[in-house]
Design a protein around this ligand. Structure first.
Ligand SMILES: [Zn+2]
Length: 324
Protein backbone atom coordinates (compact mmCIF):
# COMPACT_ATOMS: atom_id res chain seq x y z
CA UNK A 1 0.00 0.00 0.00
CA UNK A 2 1.17 3.55 -0.39
CA UNK A 3 0.21 6.77 1.40
CA UNK A 4 -3.02 8.10 -0.12
CA UNK A 5 -2.55 11.24 -2.21
CA UNK A 6 -6.13 12.30 -1.69
CA UNK A 7 -6.10 11.57 2.04
CA UNK A 8 -7.93 14.72 3.14
CA UNK A 9 -10.65 14.42 0.52
CA UNK A 10 -11.19 10.73 1.27
CA UNK A 11 -11.33 11.40 5.00
CA UNK A 12 -14.18 13.81 4.36
CA UNK A 13 -16.03 11.38 2.07
CA UNK A 14 -19.32 9.72 2.93
CA UNK A 15 -17.74 6.34 2.19
CA UNK A 16 -15.07 6.79 4.84
CA UNK A 17 -17.61 8.15 7.29
CA UNK A 18 -19.70 5.00 6.85
CA UNK A 19 -16.79 2.64 7.49
CA UNK A 20 -15.51 4.75 10.41
CA UNK A 21 -18.90 4.62 12.09
CA UNK A 22 -18.99 0.86 11.61
CA UNK A 23 -15.54 0.62 13.13
CA UNK A 24 -16.71 2.45 16.23
CA UNK A 25 -19.52 -0.09 16.63
CA UNK A 26 -17.58 -3.12 15.42
CA UNK A 27 -16.82 -3.77 11.76
CA UNK A 28 -18.91 -6.19 9.75
CA UNK A 29 -17.20 -9.19 8.18
CA UNK A 30 -17.42 -8.27 4.53
CA UNK A 31 -17.65 -5.06 2.57
CA UNK A 32 -17.88 -4.29 -1.10
CA UNK A 33 -16.32 -0.97 -2.05
CA UNK A 34 -17.67 0.21 -5.39
CA UNK A 35 -16.09 2.78 -7.69
CA UNK A 36 -15.02 2.85 -11.35
CA UNK A 37 -11.88 4.61 -10.11
CA UNK A 38 -9.40 1.83 -9.24
CA UNK A 39 -6.76 4.20 -7.88
CA UNK A 40 -9.14 5.76 -5.42
CA UNK A 41 -10.36 2.36 -4.21
CA UNK A 42 -6.75 1.49 -3.39
CA UNK A 43 -6.26 4.79 -1.57
CA UNK A 44 -9.48 4.16 0.31
CA UNK A 45 -8.24 0.71 1.32
CA UNK A 46 -5.03 2.21 2.70
CA UNK A 47 -6.91 4.78 4.74
CA UNK A 48 -9.30 2.15 6.12
CA UNK A 49 -6.43 -0.22 6.94
CA UNK A 50 -4.53 2.57 8.68
CA UNK A 51 -7.58 3.41 10.74
CA UNK A 52 -8.03 -0.25 11.70
CA UNK A 53 -4.49 -0.60 13.02
CA UNK A 54 -3.46 2.96 13.98
CA UNK A 55 -2.29 3.30 17.60
CA UNK A 56 -4.61 6.27 18.09
CA UNK A 57 -7.41 4.92 15.87
CA UNK A 58 -7.30 8.07 13.72
CA UNK A 59 -5.31 6.77 10.75
CA UNK A 60 -2.68 9.36 11.67
CA UNK A 61 -0.31 8.03 8.95
CA UNK A 62 2.62 8.72 11.23
CA UNK A 63 2.62 6.23 14.11
CA UNK A 64 4.54 2.97 13.82
CA UNK A 65 1.34 1.01 13.12
CA UNK A 66 0.27 3.33 10.32
CA UNK A 67 3.77 3.21 8.80
CA UNK A 68 3.64 -0.58 8.91
CA UNK A 69 0.37 -0.51 6.99
CA UNK A 70 1.72 1.86 4.35
CA UNK A 71 4.99 -0.05 3.97
CA UNK A 72 3.14 -3.36 3.58
CA UNK A 73 4.78 -4.87 6.67
CA UNK A 74 1.72 -5.62 8.76
CA UNK A 75 1.48 -9.44 8.85
CA UNK A 76 -2.29 -9.33 9.49
CA UNK A 77 -2.96 -7.24 6.44
CA UNK A 78 -3.37 -8.70 2.94
CA UNK A 79 -3.63 -6.70 -0.25
CA UNK A 80 -4.73 -8.96 -3.07
CA UNK A 81 -4.51 -8.14 -6.76
CA UNK A 82 -3.19 -4.57 -6.40
CA UNK A 83 -2.58 -4.49 -10.18
CA UNK A 84 -6.33 -4.87 -10.70
CA UNK A 85 -5.97 -7.81 -13.07
CA UNK A 86 -8.17 -10.84 -13.54
CA UNK A 87 -8.02 -12.84 -10.31
CA UNK A 88 -7.18 -16.50 -10.71
CA UNK A 89 -8.96 -19.29 -8.87
CA UNK A 90 -5.64 -20.29 -7.30
CA UNK A 91 -5.26 -16.84 -5.73
CA UNK A 92 -8.71 -17.19 -4.19
CA UNK A 93 -7.84 -20.67 -2.92
CA UNK A 94 -4.67 -19.29 -1.28
CA UNK A 95 -6.68 -16.51 0.29
CA UNK A 96 -9.30 -18.91 1.63
CA UNK A 97 -6.72 -21.16 3.25
CA UNK A 98 -4.94 -18.18 4.80
CA UNK A 99 -8.21 -16.80 6.23
CA UNK A 100 -8.47 -19.68 8.69
CA UNK A 101 -5.03 -18.98 10.21
CA UNK A 102 -5.35 -16.95 13.42
CA UNK A 103 -4.16 -13.33 13.28
CA UNK A 104 -1.00 -12.29 15.10
CA UNK A 105 -2.81 -9.27 16.52
CA UNK A 106 -6.53 -8.80 17.10
CA UNK A 107 -7.83 -8.86 13.56
CA UNK A 108 -6.83 -9.80 10.03
CA UNK A 109 -7.95 -7.75 7.07
CA UNK A 110 -8.10 -8.70 3.39
CA UNK A 111 -8.34 -6.05 0.72
CA UNK A 112 -9.11 -7.47 -2.71
CA UNK A 113 -8.78 -5.11 -5.67
CA UNK A 114 -11.17 -5.52 -8.61
CA UNK A 115 -13.04 -8.47 -7.14
CA UNK A 116 -15.51 -7.95 -10.00
CA UNK A 117 -12.84 -9.41 -12.30
CA UNK A 118 -12.98 -12.75 -10.50
CA UNK A 119 -14.48 -15.56 -12.53
CA UNK A 120 -17.88 -16.80 -11.25
CA UNK A 121 -16.07 -19.97 -10.27
CA UNK A 122 -13.60 -18.05 -8.10
CA UNK A 123 -16.43 -15.98 -6.60
CA UNK A 124 -18.30 -19.14 -5.67
CA UNK A 125 -15.20 -20.44 -3.94
CA UNK A 126 -14.99 -17.22 -1.94
CA UNK A 127 -18.68 -17.35 -1.08
CA UNK A 128 -18.33 -19.99 1.62
CA UNK A 129 -15.73 -17.84 3.38
CA UNK A 130 -18.01 -14.81 3.14
CA UNK A 131 -20.87 -16.85 4.59
CA UNK A 132 -18.95 -18.13 7.60
CA UNK A 133 -15.88 -15.99 8.14
CA UNK A 134 -13.82 -16.43 11.30
CA UNK A 135 -14.77 -13.73 13.82
CA UNK A 136 -11.34 -12.07 13.65
CA UNK A 137 -11.33 -11.50 9.86
CA UNK A 138 -12.65 -8.60 7.79
CA UNK A 139 -12.80 -8.80 4.01
CA UNK A 140 -13.05 -5.77 1.73
CA UNK A 141 -13.83 -6.46 -1.91
CA UNK A 142 -13.16 -3.63 -4.33
CA UNK A 143 -15.35 -3.54 -7.45
CA UNK A 144 -15.27 -1.34 -10.54
CA UNK A 145 -18.99 -1.94 -10.85
CA UNK A 146 -21.54 -4.18 -9.23
CA UNK A 147 -22.36 -5.84 -12.53
CA UNK A 148 -19.42 -8.24 -12.38
CA UNK A 149 -20.21 -9.50 -8.88
CA UNK A 150 -22.53 -12.46 -8.24
CA UNK A 151 -25.74 -11.61 -6.37
CA UNK A 152 -24.88 -14.24 -3.77
CA UNK A 153 -21.55 -12.50 -3.08
CA UNK A 154 -23.13 -9.05 -3.08
CA UNK A 155 -25.76 -10.06 -0.57
CA UNK A 156 -23.03 -11.11 1.89
CA UNK A 157 -21.32 -7.72 1.79
CA UNK A 158 -22.15 -4.33 3.17
CA UNK A 159 -21.90 -1.95 0.24
CA UNK A 160 -19.81 1.18 0.31
CA UNK A 161 -20.04 3.52 -2.66
CA UNK A 162 -17.09 5.84 -3.07
CA UNK A 163 -18.41 9.36 -3.54
CA UNK A 164 -18.66 11.01 -6.91
CA UNK A 165 -16.87 14.20 -5.96
CA UNK A 166 -18.15 17.59 -7.04
CA UNK A 167 -16.07 19.83 -9.20
CA UNK A 168 -14.97 22.20 -6.47
CA UNK A 169 -13.82 19.31 -4.25
CA UNK A 170 -11.79 17.77 -7.09
CA UNK A 171 -10.34 21.14 -8.02
CA UNK A 172 -9.25 21.82 -4.43
CA UNK A 173 -7.85 18.31 -4.02
CA UNK A 174 -5.72 18.75 -7.16
CA UNK A 175 -4.54 22.16 -6.00
CA UNK A 176 -3.39 20.50 -2.76
CA UNK A 177 -1.27 18.20 -4.92
CA UNK A 178 0.41 21.26 -6.39
CA UNK A 179 -1.45 21.19 -9.68
CA UNK A 180 -1.65 24.40 -11.77
CA UNK A 181 -5.00 26.29 -11.70
CA UNK A 182 -5.91 25.71 -15.30
CA UNK A 183 -4.91 22.01 -15.29
CA UNK A 184 -6.87 21.44 -12.09
CA UNK A 185 -9.90 23.20 -13.58
CA UNK A 186 -9.85 21.13 -16.76
CA UNK A 187 -9.29 17.88 -14.87
CA UNK A 188 -12.11 18.70 -12.45
CA UNK A 189 -14.37 19.37 -15.42
CA UNK A 190 -13.48 16.20 -17.35
CA UNK A 191 -13.03 13.56 -14.62
CA UNK A 192 -16.70 12.68 -14.02
CA UNK A 193 -16.24 13.13 -10.29
CA UNK A 194 -13.42 10.58 -10.02
CA UNK A 195 -10.28 11.70 -8.22
CA UNK A 196 -7.93 9.10 -9.69
CA UNK A 197 -9.04 9.97 -13.20
CA UNK A 198 -8.71 13.67 -12.34
CA UNK A 199 -5.09 13.18 -11.34
CA UNK A 200 -4.27 11.44 -14.61
CA UNK A 201 -5.96 14.20 -16.62
CA UNK A 202 -4.31 16.97 -14.60
CA UNK A 203 -0.90 15.63 -15.49
CA UNK A 204 -1.68 14.92 -19.17
CA UNK A 205 -1.08 18.05 -21.27
CA UNK A 206 -3.25 16.73 -24.12
CA UNK A 207 -6.42 17.36 -22.11
CA UNK A 208 -5.61 21.05 -21.86
CA UNK A 209 -5.11 21.13 -25.62
CA UNK A 210 -8.33 19.23 -26.27
CA UNK A 211 -10.28 21.60 -24.09
CA UNK A 212 -8.79 24.62 -25.79
CA UNK A 213 -9.51 23.03 -29.19
CA UNK A 214 -13.13 22.47 -28.17
CA UNK A 215 -13.45 26.17 -27.37
CA UNK A 216 -11.74 27.07 -30.66
CA UNK A 217 -14.23 24.93 -32.51
CA UNK A 218 -17.19 26.66 -30.82
CA UNK A 219 -15.60 30.06 -31.50
CA UNK A 220 -15.15 29.31 -35.18
CA UNK A 221 -18.67 28.10 -35.84
CA UNK A 222 -20.37 31.20 -37.14
CA UNK A 223 -21.37 30.49 -40.74
CA UNK A 224 -21.64 27.27 -42.68
CA UNK A 225 -18.46 28.02 -44.55
CA UNK A 226 -16.70 27.96 -41.15
CA UNK A 227 -17.38 24.26 -40.73
CA UNK A 228 -14.37 23.24 -42.79
CA UNK A 229 -12.19 25.55 -40.77
CA UNK A 230 -13.62 24.28 -37.48
CA UNK A 231 -13.00 20.71 -38.57
CA UNK A 232 -9.32 21.58 -38.74
CA UNK A 233 -8.84 21.72 -34.95
CA UNK A 234 -6.06 19.22 -34.23
CA UNK A 235 -7.74 17.16 -31.45
CA UNK A 236 -10.70 16.33 -33.65
CA UNK A 237 -8.37 14.59 -36.06
CA UNK A 238 -6.40 12.60 -33.51
CA UNK A 239 -8.98 11.11 -31.13
CA UNK A 240 -12.61 11.82 -32.00
CA UNK A 241 -14.07 9.87 -29.08
CA UNK A 242 -12.07 11.64 -26.38
CA UNK A 243 -12.53 14.96 -28.12
CA UNK A 244 -16.32 14.65 -28.14
CA UNK A 245 -16.26 13.95 -24.38
CA UNK A 246 -14.27 17.12 -23.85
CA UNK A 247 -16.53 19.04 -26.24
CA UNK A 248 -19.55 18.11 -24.19
CA UNK A 249 -17.77 19.25 -21.02
CA UNK A 250 -16.92 22.54 -22.75
CA UNK A 251 -20.55 23.02 -23.83
CA UNK A 252 -21.66 22.50 -20.22
CA UNK A 253 -19.13 25.10 -19.15
CA UNK A 254 -20.52 27.54 -21.72
CA UNK A 255 -23.95 26.94 -20.16
CA UNK A 256 -22.45 27.63 -16.72
CA UNK A 257 -20.88 30.82 -18.05
CA UNK A 258 -24.24 31.88 -19.44
CA UNK A 259 -25.96 31.20 -16.16
CA UNK A 260 -23.24 32.90 -14.12
CA UNK A 261 -22.37 29.67 -12.26
CA UNK A 262 -18.86 29.51 -10.76
CA UNK A 263 -16.09 28.46 -13.17
CA UNK A 264 -12.72 27.45 -11.81
CA UNK A 265 -10.68 28.50 -14.83
CA UNK A 266 -8.21 31.35 -15.15
CA UNK A 267 -9.33 34.72 -16.56
CA UNK A 268 -8.44 33.92 -20.17
CA UNK A 269 -10.51 30.74 -20.39
CA UNK A 270 -13.41 32.34 -18.51
CA UNK A 271 -13.47 35.17 -21.01
CA UNK A 272 -13.45 32.72 -23.94
CA UNK A 273 -16.36 30.80 -22.38
CA UNK A 274 -18.31 34.02 -21.82
CA UNK A 275 -17.76 35.16 -25.39
CA UNK A 276 -18.97 31.85 -26.79
CA UNK A 277 -21.97 32.04 -24.44
CA UNK A 278 -22.97 35.35 -26.05
CA UNK A 279 -23.36 33.67 -29.42
CA UNK A 280 -25.61 30.82 -28.24
CA UNK A 281 -29.00 30.73 -26.54
CA UNK A 282 -29.45 28.28 -23.67
CA UNK A 283 -31.79 26.25 -25.84
CA UNK A 284 -29.19 26.08 -28.63
CA UNK A 285 -26.55 24.93 -26.13
CA UNK A 286 -28.81 22.22 -24.74
CA UNK A 287 -29.60 20.99 -28.26
CA UNK A 288 -25.90 21.07 -29.16
CA UNK A 289 -25.16 18.88 -26.14
CA UNK A 290 -27.76 16.39 -27.35
CA UNK A 291 -26.18 16.45 -30.80
CA UNK A 292 -22.78 15.63 -29.28
CA UNK A 293 -24.32 12.72 -27.35
CA UNK A 294 -25.84 11.36 -30.57
CA UNK A 295 -22.51 11.73 -32.35
CA UNK A 296 -20.78 9.81 -29.54
CA UNK A 297 -23.31 7.04 -29.94
CA UNK A 298 -22.77 6.88 -33.70
CA UNK A 299 -19.01 6.73 -33.21
CA UNK A 300 -19.46 3.80 -30.83
CA UNK A 301 -21.08 1.92 -33.74
CA UNK A 302 -17.93 2.83 -35.68
CA UNK A 303 -19.82 4.84 -38.26
CA UNK A 304 -17.41 6.80 -40.47
CA UNK A 305 -15.88 9.32 -38.06
CA UNK A 306 -15.43 12.15 -40.58
CA UNK A 307 -19.09 11.95 -41.60
CA UNK A 308 -20.19 11.99 -37.97
CA UNK A 309 -18.09 15.09 -37.24
CA UNK A 310 -19.36 16.80 -40.34
CA UNK A 311 -23.01 16.34 -39.50
CA UNK A 312 -22.38 17.26 -35.86
CA UNK A 313 -20.82 20.60 -36.74
CA UNK A 314 -23.64 21.45 -39.17
CA UNK A 315 -26.18 20.48 -36.52
CA UNK A 316 -24.58 22.76 -33.90
CA UNK A 317 -24.48 25.58 -36.42
CA UNK A 318 -28.10 25.00 -37.34
CA UNK A 319 -29.44 25.07 -33.76
CA UNK A 320 -27.25 28.08 -33.04
CA UNK A 321 -28.99 30.06 -35.76
CA UNK A 322 -32.45 28.62 -35.32
CA UNK A 323 -32.64 29.27 -31.56
CA UNK A 324 -31.16 32.72 -31.21
ZN1 LIG B 1 -1.44 6.00 13.21
Amino acid sequence: MSAPLFENTLRASRAFDLVSKDMALGLGHAYMVVSPDDEIVKEFFTLVAAKMYCASGRACMECRECRTVIDGNNPDLFLINPQGEKIKVQEVKDMISSVSIRPLGKVKAYFVCRADLMTPDAQNKLLKTLEEPPSDVVIFLGAGSEAGVLDTVKSRCRKVYIDVFDRETVYNALKELGCRDEDAAIAAACCEGQLGKARVIAFSPEYGERYSDALTLLEKLRRSRDVLDAEGVPSLKTDEGEFLKVLSVALRDVISAKEGAPLFFGAETVSRLENIAKGFSLRALALSLEAVARAQEKLSYSVNAAAVEDSLLFEILEVKHKWQ
